[in-house]
Design a protein around this ligand. Sequence first.
Ligand code: KIV
Ligand code: ZN
Length: 519
Amino acid sequence: MSDTDKVYIFDTTLRDGEQSAGIGFTIDDKVQIARQLARLNVDIIEAGFPASSPGDLEAVRAIAREVRGPVIAGLARANLGDINAVWQAVEVAESPRIHVFLSSSDIHVAHQLRKNREDVMEMARAAVAHAKRYCSDVEFSPMDATRSDPEFVYQLLEVAIEEGATTINIPDTVGYAIPKQFEAFVRSICERVPNIDRARVSVHCHNDLGMATANSLAGVLGGARQVEGTINGIGERAGNTSLEEVIMAIRTRPDFLHVHTDVNTPELYPSSRLVERLSGMTLQPHKAIVGRNAFRHSSGIHQDGVLKMRETYEIMDPKEIGIPVGESIVLTKVSGSHGVRARLRELGVEPGEEEFRRIFQAFKDVADAKDEVDDRDLMAIVSEQTQMQVAEAWTLDLVQVSSSDRGTPTATVRLIGPDGQSHEDAAIGTGPVDAIYKAINRVTKVQNQLTEFSIKAVTEGIDAQGEVTIRIETDGKTYLGRASDTDILVASARAYLHALNRSLSAPAVTGPAAAPAAR
Ligand code: KIV
Ligand code: ZN
């Protein structure tokens, strides 16, 4: 396959993905995700929107400094301040990019920007020229392009390329496009913008009508050679294009699409799990490519077919996606550290010594309560123990609950505080979890509001671990907490403390929601 057939993969999990309601990545979360994206071998990582907050600028700068391989991009509105902030953040990158966006639809131009088309043309010209003074790699996006007058989009793109834009991105900002129409629009851009041969055409789709992946592939058929999206499709409202879907569609259907990517596809599953864990956006079981059921067959006819020949009902090999199948070593309480380490390696997890010590201890605790510890248990343990890296101001020493169908639930908690001392208190609540949280609040005295509580079984069976995910809000910021245990009340207490500890340590990076006009 020739090089012109490559589709560049632009990951915006850390920028557009972070704009999902309820996500608040810390800087450490962002660096971890960026490192994983580099292992996945995406071409470009959009690391954030530096002008939106000092925390976001710091996070983009940390990624630019530490992550090698992909181009590191930062987003800017079409003004000098935003562009300066992006450059301050990405200048240390091996390959930096400045991504400038500006609305082009009449509805945005008149009602959001309160300007006219001539103003927009001049703003685009000035902004791209300014970005180009810093950086040879500049991307320009006419926001809401699919609801814009095509003639105006062609003129705007021509001006942006004249000023030096090297990538021209076509956003379907509100998820309005229909694949056939979007393909024709992208093709018309390739044909009607006179200097288009000096830039790569990109597409950026949202999923409001459930067509983001279809539209992105239609864009490729129309001539686009960069696709933007996020891992697991996270993003504002109904989300962005799911990159794992686009990547596997391109890999599975070269006969029709005639393109390829350079993505290291066995890293897709580890990337999906990492983003699921750090974002707290739990995947639906039937999510294409990476959902729990994506390769599970339940009807007898299908099972029979797959057992005889996998391809009868599977169009992709789960190994290509990095999904661990079949060869699971069974881990039990008599398993040693070598077995656990070997299985972790197969699952793409390579903890350091201290981290492994904690994982192994937690594995022993779970194995004591369950007959067999499978991959899902193991990943739940990894998830909890690696998030322990968050400074542990408060740790749980004891939780005791008395609850019945008559009377009021009462909880007693004993915590080890930042002073190293033991602190104990009790409270009553409307239910056992409420009583635990009230008792913890009495001890820690951290003002917060619980905005979300959910619990799910990690595996099947009565001895399954329960995984609790919670979100709390303090000072207008959201903090995620997660924990798993075979006792769901213990998991609830630990998840709450995890969120509290996060709120007490590094401040969450507020997403671009703080700055208007990016979707
Ligand atoms: O959806 C959108 O229009 C965007 C731009 C900032 C590219 O995210
Ligand atoms: Zn977007």
